[in-house]
Design a protein around this ligand. Structure first.
Ligand code: SF4
Ligand code: SF4
Length: 77
């Protein structure tokens, strides 16, 4: 299953991923100043959000591939 994982400790709330996602799957939680997922199922796996995030706080991963290195998944897709 596809997961959009946001590391809240790394997320600066810059909203670049929100602006870059044209679905949109992401939004900014104004109270927490963190990106949040609002439509995981609409994700096109374009990886724009990963590319624009300067904090490396967001990753697209496939949670049902147990044991497969998540960093490698990001590279091969
Ligand atoms: S681009 Fe990265 S740091 Fe900025 S809001 Fe999105 S996840 Fe957070
Ligand atoms: S991979 Fe593309 S469609 Fe999916 S959340 Fe990131 S920017 Fe949006």
């Amino acid at each position: 299953m596809l997961s959009i994982v946001i590391d809240e400790e790394k997320c600066s709330g810059c909203a670049l991923c929100v602006e870059g996602c044209f679905v949109p799957c992401l939004a900014l939680d104004e109270s927490k100043k963190k990106a949040v997922v609002v439509d995981r199922d609409g994700c096109l796996v374009c990886r724009t959000c990963e590319d624009v995030c300067r904090s490396k706080a967001i990753k697209i991963v496939f949670a049902d591939w147990p044991g497969f290195p998540q960093d490698r998944i990001s590279r091969v897709l």
